[in-house]
Write a protein that binds this ligand. Sequence first.
Ligand SMILES: NC(=O)c1ccc[n+]([C@@H]2O[C@H](COP(=O)([O-])OP(=O)(O)OC[C@H]3O[C@@H](n4cnc5c(N)ncnc54)[C@H](O)[C@@H]3O)[C@@H](O)[C@H]2O)c1
Length: 342
Amino acid sequence: MKHYQTAVIGCGAIHQNHLDAIADCPQADLYAVCDIDAAQGEKTAASANCKLFTSFDEVLEDPTIDVVHLCTPHYLHAPMAIAAMKAGKDVLTEKPMAMSIYETMDMVRAANETGRTLGVCFQNRYNYTSQHVKSLLDSGSLGKVLGAKALVTWGRDAKYYGQAQWRGTWQYEGGGVLINQAIHTLDLLQWFLGLPVSVAAQMSCYQLQDCIEVEDTAHGIFTFADGSRAIFYATNNYCTSSPIELEIVCEKAVLSLKDTLTIQYSDGRVEHSTETTLGEGEKAYWGLGHKKLIADYYACLAEGKPFWIDGPEASKAVRMIESIYRSAATGNRIPIPSPKDL
Ligand SMILES: NC(=O)c1ccc[n+]([C@@H]2O[C@H](COP(=O)([O-])OP(=O)(O)OC[C@H]3O[C@@H](n4cnc5c(N)ncnc54)[C@H](O)[C@@H]3O)[C@@H](O)[C@H]2O)c1
């Protein structure tokens, strides 16, 4: 079996999910971690018993490394991914793929030119309930989709934003609740229903203006090619991180996803499906899928197959978010460019 020597870049809040998934993955061997915070990196390297780099350039120069996992702040995803692919390494980056549509296009170009596999962590697509919704909608058995709603009501306070300087800034995070927290739900929405063609939205910073310069709340309406609409609301001001809520109204059933998936058929039948139990170290609001996604990514590498959450696919959520920001800034309905157009 082909084995890949792997380096995890950034040893902050999310990196342990990657280490655990790599440990469980038959094709991946953790070779190194990298963090510019030497103390943070040393702690991880000692407990994972792997090599430590304190500069990404050293990672790029090490020919042993086949794959890099980017668990770094948002502003580093595009430059690090492009440099790694040009250095001959495959890349799995945390969400968001990048901070702008143009950055995503540069990354896609680099993947095409180098032939490397670029994957993005939208692990909630691997939840059992998400997969069930997708297959029901794709089967056509529920009839036409009439509309949808997506709600993200999470809690992020000054302490959370104070933990890392990049958070809460346009320059380094690229936005607030939309690009960091709600992106998973926006991605699910477009995966289920297709990329909307336009959005009209508003946003504000209602509660956290003393510690962040970005939005803590946003809401709006997406319009799809067939004229149907999805409304969304996202905030970081709730007292807890509540399960996300997605409702999809179809001609023959209403699908309600809030941890449990409930399907209310128009003939009166009601079905419930639940997610499997949380793995150790998994936070419910992050979803359960890192292990599944990472195993799938390496299986694709080993089999020489494309990984399905690639640059063009993962850029769709960035396209939705950038269009929301433009709509909120201008007061206009903004078209959402598809990867096919731009
Ligand atoms: N998929 C999910 O559900 C999920 C959940 C949480 C975070 N994330 C994403 O993971 C990424 C990291 O988030 P986090 O909360 O772990 O951030 P964090 O601030 O906790 O950790 C980032 C780490 O990167 C290191 N770093 C910064 N610059 C570096 C550089 N040039 N080279 C090497 N290391 C560098 C920092 O020192 C820090 O240890 C973000 O993109 C975030 O959106 C995803």
